[in-house]
Structures are given as C-alpha cells and as structure tokens.
Design a protein. Structure first.
Ligand code: IPM
Ligand code: MN
Length: 345
C-alpha cells in the first residue's frame, strides 16, 4: 500500500475551514490503495498568542519528514506585522528551499473577474521563492531620527536565478504554447536585472522551442489587465512575483480561486501548498469562505506527488462546479461537498 504522509498547518481564521474542504476532496479523489495520513501542526497566530512561539527548531525538523505540507492561512490582526510572515511562512519557504513559488492563473467560468468574457487567461507565474528583497538582508541606522536610513537589500545569486529560470523554461517547454516571459525592471535595477536577463538569455539557448519575451514589471501590470492572454509562463523575482500574482488573481477570478505551490523541485525537502489568500478573520466561522483556492492547491499537491490523473479530476471538478454555480450562495462546506463528489467521479 502507498501512503501520503501530509503535514497540515490549518492556521487561523478561515484556514481550518478551507483546509477541511481541501482534505475532503483529497480523500475523495485518491485511489483506493493510497492511504492518507495527516499530522496537524498547531502553528500560527493562536499558537503565538498562547506561547510566543512561531516555529521551533524541533518542529521544523519534524516537518521535514513529511511528503508535503498543506497550509490554510495564518495570522490575525493582533499579531504585529512581520512576526508570523518572517517567523513561520518565510522561514518554511527558506528552510525547505522552496525556490519555485508556482502560481497558476486561469479564467474560470462565472467568476467575478473584471475581465470575464475576455479571451482565455491561462498562464502560470514562476515566482522565485528564496531570494530577492525577502531574505531580510538590510538594516536601519539612526533609527527614529530625521536622518534614518533603512536599507533592504535584494539578494540575487547566479545559482538562485539560474535554477528558477531553468525550471520556468522546462515548464514552458511542457506547455502547448511554449512561451516564457521574464518580468523584471532591468532599466533601473541594473545589477540584479542584468543577472536575470543574462541568465534568461543564456539558459534559453538550451530551449530553442520556447519563445521568449521580456517585460519591465510596470509594463507587465498593464498587459496583465489589457491583454492577459499573451502570457503563458512568467518567471520573475520574489517581490515582483508577489505583486503580480495578486493582480493576476484579481483579473482571473478573485483571490478566492488563487492557488499556490511552494516547491522544492529537487525534492530534498517537502513542498508546501497553500491558497494565496489570507486568514480573513472578518468572515471566519461564518461559512462564507470559498474553499476553492485550497482545493486547487490540493490539485497542485497531487500533481507534485505524481497523481496527475487525480489532479486533473480536481481541476475539472472546480471548472464544472464554477460553470454550474447558481445565484444562491453556498457555504464553505457545501462547496467542499460538491467538489469532493465531482472529483471522486
Ligand atoms: C504571499 C504572501 C506572503 C508573501 C506574505 C504573507 C509573507 O503575501 O504568499 O503572497 O509576501 O510572499
Ligand atoms: Mn502575496
């Protein structure tokens, strides 16, 4: 018998509600001979309020032993900004070397996209996940004075840029349109920008079938709204990727549908799958949270673990469910039930 050993970080707010639906769909779609084992980790704002801890070394070590991690959402307004982001989420992404932050955007039927009815949107952003301005390489001098200087250094290594660019080319190569766009700002950020562009051009010579394009990030935001169909695969740095994937989510059906995978392609460490949205404390417990982003993240998880047919069934269940979604609002649980029933086939 095969087993999937999954670490679950349900987290705060709507996190536990959407994760429950994700697990429901996962259970429904797995082949009979595959056993699902879940291990819940009490991490997030609740835990921090209770103990002051974000993620201990022992927990980090234990998390390494699982096949993958599923995360709901963490945070609440009572935790100072940055504590859980740096102490938990980014700590996991860095410690597990999640250098590919995969964020697909698809225009699903019947969504609230301002671009609904426009040509097909179906692209994926490969956001670098371990470097850039996220590394915390910075410092403040003369703090609190009128002469304060705050530096936030973006770290870009040849090794780090090349591996994510290579991954993005491979993904583009595997898609029908075979197109890869590099997004950066190399007219201003000349040091990092040229490392990215030179690497992009050099690695591209190994992928002659992939057509390439370069856009400055500001121009990319225009095209994401006016002509999103031009994109197939986008590769970009950690911060630009953070920003453009929220925009991409907004134009392709809303943050309630945006899934993501924090992937360690070498499989040295477990990958982590999470909806892009946050803990939404304002609607927690009301049954209003849309679990679809978590369910789509489960599809990414399945694909990563080699369950391609099952992943495709989950994606298809979401597409059909959205197409048939009526006017009457459904609860988190009802959407989960409907998706699980459809995905089970
Ligand atoms: C995301 C989030 C995180 C990020 C925050 C919470 C650290 O915005 O997953 O996109 O900036 O990466
Ligand atoms: Mn973000």
């Amino acid at each position: 018998d095969r087993t999937i050993d999954l670490a679950v970080i349900s987290g705060d707010g709507i996190g536990p509600e959407v994760v429950a639906q994700g697990l429901k769909v996962l259970t429904a779609v797995l082949p009979q001979d595959v056993k699902l084992e879940t291990h819940e980790y009490d991490l997030g704002a609740k835990r921090w309020h209770a103990t002051g801890e974000t993620l201990t070394d022992a927990e980090l070590e234990k998390l390494k032993s699982h096949h993958a991690l599923l995360l709901g959402a963490i945070g609440d307004p009572g935790v100072p900004s940055g504590v859980l982001e740096r102490g938990l989420l980014l700590k996991l992404r860095f410690a597990f070397d999640h250098f590919v932050n995969l964020r697909p955007s698809k225009l699903f039927p019947n969504t609230s996209s301002p671009l609904a009815g426009r040509p097909e949107i179906d692209f994926v952003v490969v956001r670098e996940g371990t470097e850039g301005p996220y590394v915390g390489n910075g410092g403040t001098i003369r703090k609190g004075t009128p002469h304060e200087v705050a530096n936030e250094v973006s770290v870009n290594t040849a090794y780090g840029v090349e591996r994510v660019v290579r991954d993005a080319y491979a993904r583009a190569q595997a898609r029908p349109r075979k197109k890869l766009t590099l997004v950066h700002k190399n007219n201003v950020l000349v040091h990092a920008g040229h490392l990215w562009k030179d690497t992009f051009d050099r690695v591209g010579r190994e992928f002659p079938e992939v057509s390439t394009d370069y856009l400055h990030v500001d121009a990319a935001t225009i095209f994401l709204v006016t002509d999103p169909a031009r994109f197939d695969v986008i590769v970009t740095d950690n911060l630009f990727g953070d920003i453009i994937t929220d925009l991409a989510a907004a134009v392709s059906g809303g943050i309630g549908l945006a899934a993501s995978g924090n992937i360690n392609p070498t499989r040295e460490f477990p990958s982590m799958f999470e909806p892009v949205h946050g803990s939404a404390p304002d609607i927690a417990g009301s049954g209003k949270a849309d679990p679809t982003a978590t369910v789509l993240s489960v599809a990414l998880l399945l694909r990563h673990l080699g369950f391609e047919a099952e992943a495709a069934r989950v994606d298809e269940a979401v597409t059909v469910d959205l197409a048939e979604r009526g006017e009457a609002p459904r609860t988190t649980d009802e959407i989960g039930d409907a998706l699980a029933a459809r995905a089970a086939g």
